[in-house]
Design a protein around this ligand. Structure first.
Ligand code: NAD
Length: 486
């Protein structure tokens, strides 16, 4: 790498520094080197971006869906053709191995789908005599989009594509831990043909720019993916400002249940991947696994084998499958939970010994850790750790399995493994979760089924079919028309 990357903000299709020229430093979580000096957006920058979006809205929303789709399609092409660079940027910023970079494909699917499928529909009614009534679905105006760091381009695309396809103009704030792919994409926006102000991209911390968007009186809807704690703060800011519509995808503490008749090898392989993919930094990772008592030892042996097979190291190298935690704060948090777990768990399987040769000194790598026989009331069983740390506990009956799985304030993704189909459906119905995998676990999903959580895991549902609904207001239009007959 040359010198550090210097990023800018995109406001009204102009790449500009922060209004006070402030930047913050971004360090590689693997080498500790300074990777970028990132523009730190101010309240004035937020105001300028919102004003640009507001000014762009009348013309953008007046275009046909096909016309809005043209630049979206170009963006869909670029995120694929520039995949390698995008993967490198996230590896440098937050340590995701390039081997695990699924974001380009994901983003292209969203840009391409909404380029073609954005035809908001209301309905009509002749049920009031003398009236032709109809409902209209119309864009909000300015929509704010605040994204996390664990899969930045995934969240950028799954929110920006439906929001602008619906006719809104957006202000996106990237995460301070992973701003580089959003910055890269911001450089393509004018080239794709988006008019000035339709997509504005800011970088910065929650405090100042995130908070300023959440409080902004001209922002009419806000879509957020991130922690439950921040979701709560945004909800409060919305309530205290203009009651903007909020859509939340939040944290998780997802359970996986493995019954005695399950395919143990498959369950172990998939649940290990779920928790340790992206070094445990996945919202829907199955961080709590409950296995039938009779298969506990066999399951733990199979699970440990897969955890120990991870290739830990430099995320920019193709062979690496397990990169560092995203930054020092994440690393310290995860390490703190591991220390806590050692006192809270009945036993600990620390796989770090398998990796001693491959770890470099400053790297924020954390080897997978397995805690067993953990009290259900302990902090490691209740709180989202967001690292490669799993709890494997047992159950004696189906009722106990369900009760343990549901004893959480989160409800994002639950999984269960059994060959008994009736039990699968019976248990699946009872799990308090927005998504349930049967003989599969996260990240298994489906483009066309709602993605989102119950309880503290969120308030919205996103998918190719659902997402656009979040970005459209509904209006009932009552048209008096006595001449149309009764
Ligand atoms: P975070 O809540 O710390 O930050 C997310 C974003 O919010 C960042 O851009 C941050 O700058 C911004 N922010 C912080 N404080 C703010 C405030 N007061 N007002 C407005 N914006 C503010 O989350 P994170 O650490 O980036 O991401 C990890 C969390 O995200 C985990 O809890 C994870 O489970 C969750 N997550 C959920 C999903 C999902 O789809 N449900 C997906 C990915 C991540």
């Amino acid at each position: 790498m040359g010198g550090p990357i210097e990023t800018q903000l995109l406001i009204n299709n102009k790449l500009v520094p922060a209004s006070d020229k402030a930047t913050f430093d971004l360090f590689s979580p693997h080498t500790g080197e300074l990777v970028a000096k990132v523009a730190e957006a101010t309240v004035a920058d937020v105001d300028a971006a919102v004003a640009a979006a507001q000014a762009a809205f009348p013309a953008w929303s007046a275009l046909s869906p096909q016309q809005r789709g043209i630049p979206l399609k170009k963006m869909g092409e670029l995120v694929v053709s520039e995949k390698n660079e995008l993967a490198q940027l996230d590896a440098l910023a937050m340590g995701r191995p390039v081997s695990a970079y699924i974001d380009s494909h994901y983003a292209a699917t969203h840009f391409n789908y909404f380029a073609e499928a954005a035809y908001p529909q209301g309905h009509t009614s002749l049920n009031t005599p003398g009236f032709l009534n109809m409902s209209l679905r119309q864009p909000f105006g300015v929509v704010a989009i605040i994204i996390p760091w664990n899969a930045p381009l995934v969240f950028f695309s799954k929110k920006v594509a439906p929001a602008i396809a619906a006719g809104n103009c957006v202000v996106v704030k990237s995460s301070e831990k992973a701003p580089l792919t959003s910055w890269k994409v911001s450089q393509w926006i004018e080239k794709c043909g988006f008019p000035p102000g339709v997509i504005n991209v800011l970088s910065g911390h929650g405090n100042v720019s995130g908070q300023a968007l959440a409080e902004h009186m001209k922002v009419r809807a806000l879509s957020f993916t991130g922690s439950t704690r921040t979701g709560r703060a945004i909800q409060i800011a919305s309530a205290k400002s203009n009651l903007k519509k909020v859509v939340f995808e939040l944290g998780g503490k997802s359970p996986a249940l493995v019954f005695e008749d399950a395919d143990i090898e498959q369950a172990a392989k998939e649940t290990e991947n779920s928790i340790n993919w992206n070094s445990g930094q996945t919202c829907m990772a199955n961080s709590r696994i409950y296995v039938a008592e009779s298969i506990k030892d066999a399951f733990i042996t199979a699970f440990s084998k897969h955890a120990k097979a991870r290739v830990m190291g430099d995320p920019t190298q193709k062979e690496t499958t397990h990169g560092p935690q995203a930054d020092k704060t994440q690393h310290e948090n995860v390490k703190r939970y591991i220390e806590l777990g050692k006192s809270e768990a009945g036993s600990t399987i620390d796989t770090s010994a398998s990796y001693s040769a491959s770890t470099s000194n400053p790297s924020l790598l954390v080897a997978p850790v397995i805690f067993t026989d953990v009290s259900e009331q302990s902090r490691i069983a209740k709180e989202e750790i967001f690292g490669p740390v799993v709890i494997i506990n047992t159950f004696a009956s189906e009722e106990e399995a369900i009760s343990k799985a549901n004893d959480t304030e989160f409800g994002l993704y639950a999984a269960l493994y059994t060959k008994d189909l009736e039990r699968a459906v019976r248990v699946g119905k009872k799990l308090e979760s927005g998504m349930v995998g049967i003989n599969c676990t996260s990240p298994t999903g489906s483009w066309d089924l709602p993605f989102g959580g119950w309880k503290g895991s969120g308030t919205g549902r996103e998918s190719l079919l659902e997402s656009m609904d979040h970005y459209l207001e509904v209006k009932s239009l009552y048209v008096r028309a006595p001449g149309i007959g009764g």
